[in-house]
Design a binder for this molecule. Structure first.
Ligand code: PEP
Ligand code: MG
Length: 570
C-alpha cells in the first residue's frame, strides 16, 4: 500500500487498530429561557474543565513532554477557548434552542468542513486539530470519564483513520514502533509528532488501510511511504536488514551532535543553521548547529497587513538573540521582491521580477523601512552576538550606501540614548555574478561573505530557479558557478574576510569535500542536514579535499564533475 512517508525509518510489528467513536446529535431541543441559561453555563464549565485537563497533563507530565508536545497542548488550549467557536455555540443554543452537545457538534463540523476545503495543505491538516478539540469539550459535556489509555504490546504499529494531538500526547508510545493512517499529509499532526518522537510513519494511505485487522503483521517503511500487510518471510527478512542499517546510520549521526566538525587532519569547520523564526533555534542546537548562518527575516513581514514597527521587530530579534546561547547569528536584512511579495506593500508589476525591484534595492530606495529594521537589529544586538548581512549586493556603491544608512541608524540610537553594539559585524551575500567576480573589491568593505548559491546559480546560468521546465539546467556544479565560488573564497581569504555559504549547495553531500578543498569556512543549512554533512567532514582530511578541488577545477563539464564526485563520495 502506498502512502506518504512523513517520518523516516522502518518498523516491523503487529497492528493495533485505534478506533474513535463518532459523536452523534440527540436532536433534543430546549424549551425554556432557564434551560437556555443553564445550557450556556454548562457549556462554559465544559470549556474550563477541558482546559484544566490539558493543564493537568502539562503539570503531571512536564518532564516527559517535548517542546513539540507543549506547543500542541498550547494550541489546543487556544482552540478550546477560541471566541468564535464559543460565540457560534452560544448562538445555536440561544437562537436555535439546541442543547450544548448538539450545538457544539454542529459548530465543530462546520469548522472542520471549512478547513478541509481550504486550498492550503497546512490549513487542511488543521481540521484534525479542530475535530480533536471538539471531542475534548464534548467529553466534558457528556461527563465521560477519562478514556482508558490503551496498553500496547512491544512492537505495536498503530493503524488509525487519523491520530489526534491528544491521542499522541496521552498515549504511552514507548512500545509503539510505527504509525499508519488513512488521512493526513506532510504537515498533519501525526507527521509532526511522529517525526519529533522518531517513530516511522506513513500517512494518507486511504480507505484501503481499513482492511488491516488487529494483530496483522505490518511493515511501515517511512522512508519510501510504503505499508506491507502480512508480508512474505523474504520481505520481512529484507526489511529486518534495512532496519538495522538505518538504525546504525541514525545512531552514528546522533552521536555526532556534540562533536566539533573537524577533519581528520585538524581543520575546524563551522556548521550553522538557516532559520526563519526563533523556534528554529532549538532545532539548530539539537542537530549540533554552532550558530545561525542565515536568519531570513521575511517571515516577520509576512502574514500581516502592515509593516512591523521598530518595536515589534526588536522583540523578534531580541528573542532570537536571547535563545542563541551567545553563538553568532547572521541577521539578513529584508529580501522581499522577486517571488516574495507582501500583501500591504504595492510592488510594481515587472516583466522580470527576479531582476527587478527587490531586496537591498528596495531598502536603499525606501530608507524609512531600512532604517527601522536596522535600528531594531542594533537594539537587539546587546542580547547576543548578532551580525548584519545585506542581500543581493551587485556593486560596491550599494555596500557603501547601506553602511551609511547603518551609521545613521546608530546615530539616531545614540541620540535616543539606546544601547547597541557599536562594533556589530557586517557582511554581504554573494549571490550576483558581478559580486562574485569583484569579491576582491567588495571584501575591503565588510567583515564576512556568505555565498547564496540559490540565486548565484540562477543569475550565472540565466535559469529561473522556480521554473521546473528548465530545472535540469539549474546546476551548481557547472564550471562557471564553481569558478565564481572559488574566486569568492580565495579573494575573501586574501582580505581576511570569513567566507560562508548559506545556499542549498552547503547541504549537498556531493559538494562537501569540494567546498572544503576550496577553503570554505562556514557551511550553513537547514538544521536537519547538519549531522549528515558533519559525518563527511570528520571522516576526511584537507589533503583529500584539496585534491578533489584541484581535479574538479581541471574538468570541462558538469557531467564529468558530478560523475567524478559521485565516485569519490561513494
Ligand atoms: C540564496 O540565494 O542562496 C539564499 C540563501 O537566499 P534565498 O534562498 O533566501 O534567496
Ligand atoms: Mg538569495
Amino acid at each position: 500500500m502506498k502512502g506518504i512517508g512523513v517520518s523516516p525509518g522502518i518498523a516491523i510489528g503487529k497492528a493495533f487498530i485505534l478506533k474513535k467513536t463518532e459523536a452523534v446529535s440527540s436532536g433534543i431541543l430546549l424549551s425554556s429561557k432557564a434551560e437556555v441559561l443553564l445550557e450556556i453555563e454548562r457549556f462554559d464549565r465544559a470549556i474550563n474543565r477541558a482546559v484544566d485537563e490539558i493543564e493537568a497533563i502539562k503539570t503531571e507530565r512536564q518532564l516527559s513532554l517535548s517542546n513539540e508536545d507543549l506547543a500542541v497542548l498550547e494550541t489546543q488550549i487556544e482552540l478550546i477557548t477560541d471566541p468564535q467557536v464559543k460565540s457560534d455555540v452560544i448562538e445555536k443554543i440561544e437562537t436555535d434552542k439546541k442543547n450544548a452537545n448538539d450545538a457544539l457538534i454542529e459548530v465543530i463540523a462546520n469548522f472542520v468542513d471549512l478547513f478541509e476545503n481550504m486550498d492550503d495543505e497546512y490549513m487542511q491538516a488543521r481540521s484534525a486539530d479542530i475535530k480533536d478539540v471538539g471531542d475534548l469539550i464534548l467529553k466534558q459535556l457528556v461527563g465521560q470519564a477519562k478514556s482508558p489509555i490503551p496498553k500496547f504490546e512491544p512492537h505495536t504499529i498503530i493503524i488509525a483513520q487519523d491520530i489526534s494531538p491528544s491521542d499522541t500526547i496521552t498515549m504511552d508510545t514507548s512500545h509503539v514502533t510505527g504509525f499508519a493512517t488513512q488521512a493526513g499529509s506532510k504537515t498533519s499532526h501525526t507527521a509532526i509528532i511522529a517525526k519529533s518522537k522518531g517513530i516511522p510513519a506513513v500517512v494518507g494511505c486511504g480507505p484501503e488501510l481499513g482492511k488491516i485487522l488487529n494483530n496483522d503483521a505490518v511493515i511501515v517503511d517511512g522512508i519510501n511511504g510504503l505499508i506491507y500487510i502480512n508480508p512474505a518471510q523474504e520481505i520481512i527478512d529484507d526489511y529486518t536488514i534495512k532496519r538495522a542499517a538505518y538504525k546504525q546510520l541514525e545512531g552514528e549521526l546522533k552521536s555526532l551532535k556534540d562533536k566539533p566538525a573537524i577533519t581528520t587532519d585538524g581543520k575546524k569547520i563551522t556548521l550553522s543553521a538557516n532559520i526563519s523564526d526563533a523556534d528554529d533555534m532549538e532545532k539548530a542546537f539539537e542537530n549540533g548547529g554552532e550558530g545561525v548562518g542565515l536568519l531570513r527575516t521575511e517571515l516577520l513581514f509576512m502574514d500581516r497587513d502592515s509593516f512591523p514597527t521598530e518595536n515589534e521587530q526588536f522583540e523578534f530579534y531580541k528573542v532570537v538573540a536571547l535563545r542563541s546561547r551567545n553563538k553568532p547569528v547572521i541577521v539578513r536584512t529584508i529580501d522581499i521582491g522577486g517571488d516574495k511579495h507582501l500583501p500591504y506593500f504595492n510592488l510594481p508589476v515587472e516583466l522580470n521580477p527576479f531582476l527587478g525591484y527587490r531586496a537591498i534595492r528596495i531598502c536603499l530606495d525606501r530608507k524609512d523601512l531600512f532604517i527601522t529594521q536596522l535600528k531594531a537589529i542594533l537594539r537587539a544586538s546587546v542580547f547576543g552576538d548578532l551580525k548584519i548581512m545585506f542581500p543581493m549586493i551587485s556593486n560596491v556603491q550599494e555596500i557603501r550606501s547601506a553602511k551609511n544608512i547603518l551609521e545613521e541608524a546608530k546615530a539616531e540610537l545614540l541620540k535616543q540614548q539606546v544601547a547597541f553594539n557599536a562594533d556589530i559585524k557586517i557582511g554581504i551575500m554573494i549571490e550576483i555574478p558581478s559580486a562574485a567576480i569583484t569579491a576582491d573589491i567588495l571584501a575591503k568593505e565588510i567583515d564576512f561573505f556568505s555565498i547564496g548559491t540559490n540565486d548565484l546559480c540562477q543569475y550565472t546560468l540565466a535559469v529561473d530557479r522556480m521554473n521546473e521546465k528548465i530545472s535540469h539546467l539549474y546546476d551548481p556544479f557547472n564550471p562557471g558557478v564553481l569558478r565564481l565560488i572559488s574566486n569568492v573564497i580565495e579573494q575573501g581569504h586574501k582580505n581576511n574576510v570569513h567566507v560562508g555559504m548559506c545556499g542549498e549547495m552547503a547541504s549537498d553531500p556531493m559538494a562537501t569535500l569540494l567546498l572544503l578543498g576550496m577553503g570554505l569556512d562556514d557551511f550553513s543549512m537547514s538544521a536537519a542536514s547538519i549531522p549528515g554533512i558533519k559525518s563527511i567532514i570528520i571522516k576526511n582530511n584537507m589533503a583529500k579535499a584539496k585534491e578533489i578541488y584541484k581535479t574538479v577545477m581541471e574538468m570541462d563539464s558538469s557531467e564529468k564533475i558530478t560523475a567524478y564526485l559521485q565516485e569519490v563520495m561513494q
